[in-house]
Write a protein that binds this ligand. Structure first.
Ligand code: NAP
Length: 498
């Protein structure tokens, strides 16, 4: 079965093929087609035509709502197959992949619910003869570009609101993990999305993603990925003044006050950072702990980290899987090496694991570093792997200053039973999401996105729908009269006389 979907047809494309590898053992999961430049052109043309002249734009919001609901039902039907594929593709555990599919289903349901309740608004002008309406219209052709860590989840945050708003789209998933994105497009087709509305092209960012960001016929780019790519996309989109929404990386503080129970603190310090081997944009990679608790907490995390079961994501007993690729593991190793060279102390982890099952894939163990400084690369840059660094504070002000001392602003957490303190700190942190006594949860109805260099958009919630809408003002004067602004009209000339 070909892997590209353009104008309602599955096609092989002209860019050759690429092997998708299983991070657990480097075996080939599937060989997929790659798009050539002509395929990108055809996909954009199909989305353009479907938007400009197709029936999609004029479908009612309730029809689009029903379609999104059908997609959510198909996701429920195929949950297990999709979850297995996500695990084979990304290496994450099946437990996490199943949660991802449930979350994706919830996102489609949420936008199905919202789609037909978003008719715009009437504006009070104070004038009896004016009807002023702000209507919501789709932006047009959207390029949706996604990363490899949550391939299906990140895509659903874009596809569901983009469809709800009536846009057409060209999807470009990560070349490393394209499989569940293709599956989602198949479900869109089965649900009855008309030809040309949803298109998918596979291939590298450079050759397939970049042309979309520069294309005259693409009205909007919604991108989730790394900071450097986001910056390149903003630059590339400038010539055509596209709407650009970027969701980028994070360097997320997990602030732990000493009044937190040690068991709770150790448990959540680890869940915050080691879930999906730390390959999470909101991973709590910086543990910022009150000084008096430091030694006990570090000892407890070190003890537990060594017990984490690494293995095949398909094995239900595995707690974490491998990293996504050999190249990504090399980056993680480089971060640890640079931290040690700069004077950090390695408490646990820091070397490839032993064990026969862990040799073929790209495993790297949970790693704990203390004695870090704010000028170290491991503190300043997003590591995006199983590395937990520990910094200390003495006062609440110091905790906030450390938590905000990053160019990123995606997410963070504060832990304390003192609610007044918790809310003061949450209010002072410049991050798009702040959890109090929790880490990671999100709901489709609440916005997600970053401050500072973590991005400029918001996904999910009503704002996540607004990203894919134009807000047009329609002013209707129901009793028009001459304006008499200029003096050259007949009546004024007569009045002026000879
Ligand atoms: P990435 O390298 O920036 O790639 C993201 C996507 O952009 C991929 O599909 C990539 O294609 C494509 N791409 C690369 N260069 C491009 C270009 N010049 N023009 C257009 N597209 C281009 O990011 P990643 O390594 O896949 O993902 C990890 C990053 O995503 C981390 O920084 C993480 O924090 C971030 N992330 C953020 C969020 C959030 O909600 N803020 C969520 C998840 C992940 P190929 O890779 O196929 O070449």
């Amino acid at each position: 079965m070909p892997s590209l979907y353009i104008d309602g047809k599955w096609t092989a494309g002209s860019g050759g093929t690429a092997d998708v590898l299983n991070p657990f053992d480097a075996s080939v999961v599937q060989t997929v087609d790659q798009a050539g430049p002509d395929d990108v052109e055809r996909a954009v043309a199909a989305a353009r035509a479907a938007f400009d002249t197709g029936p999609w734009r004029t479908t009612s919001a309730s029809e689009r709502s029903a379609l999104l609901r059908r997609i959510s039902e198909l996701l429920v039907r195929d949950k297990e197959e999709i979850a297995r594929t996500e695990t084979l593709d990304t290496g994450k555990t099946l437990k996490e992949s199943r949660i991802d599919v449930d979350d994706v289903t919830a996102v489609f349901r949420y936008y199905a619910d919202l789609a037909d309740k978003d008719a715009g608004r009437i504006v009070d002008t104070g004038m009896d003869n004016v009807l002023s309406r702000v209507v919501h219209e789709p932006v047009g052709v959207c390029a949706l570009i996604t990363p490899w860590n949550y391939p299906l989840l990140q895509l659903s945050w874009k596809v569901a609101p983009a469809l709800a708003a009536g846009n057409t789209m060209v999807i470009k998933p990560s070349e490393v993990t394209p499989l569940t994105s293709v599956m989602l497009v198949r479900l869109c087709e089965e649900a009855g999305v008309p030809p040309g509305v949803v298109n998918i092209v596979l291939g590298e960012g450079r050759s397939v993603g970049a042309p979309l960001t520069e294309h005259d016929d693409v009205d909007m780019v919604s991108f989730t990925g790394g900071l450097a790519t986001g910056q390149a996309i903003i630059r590339a989109s400038a010539a055509t003044v596209k709407r650009v929404a970027v969701e980028l990386g994070g360097k997320n503080p997990n602030i732990m006050f000493a009044d937190v129970d040690l068991d709770l603190a150790a448990d959540w310090a680890m869940t915050a950072v080691f879930l999906h081997s730390g390959q999470v944009c909101s991973a709590g990679a910086r543990l910022i702990v009150e000084e008096s608790m430091h030694d006990d907490l570090v000892a407890e995390i070190a003890r537990r980290a060594q017990l984490i079961r690494m293995g095949n994501g398909l094995d239900e007993t595995s707690e974490v899987g491998p990293l996504v690729s050999a190249a990504h593991r090399a980056k993680i190793e480089d971060f640890v090496a640079s931290a040690l060279a700069e004077g950090a102390t390695l408490v646990t982890g820091g070397a490839r694991p032993e064990g026969p099952d862990l040799q073929k894939g790209w495993f790297y163990p949970p790693t704990l570093l203390t004695g870090v400084r704010r000028d170290m690369r491991v503190i300043r840059e997003e590591t995006f792997g199983p590395i937990l660094t520990v910094e200390t504070f003495r006062t609440e002000e110091e905790a906030v200053a450390l938590g905000n001392d990053t160019e990123y602003g995606l997410a963070g957490a504060v832990w304390t039973p003192d609610m007044a303190k918790a809310h003061r700190v949450a209010g002072a942190l410049r991050h798009g999401t702040v959890w109090i006594n929790d880490y990671h949860p999100y709901v489709p109805a609440a916005e997600w996105g970053g401050m500072k260099r973590s991005g400029n958009g918001r996904e999910l919630g009503p704002t996540g729908l607004a990203e894919y809408q134009e807000h047009k003002h329609i002013w209707h004067n129901t009793d028009p009269a001459p304006s008499r602004w200029f003096s050259g009209d007949a009546r004024v000339r007569e009045e002026d006389g000879p």
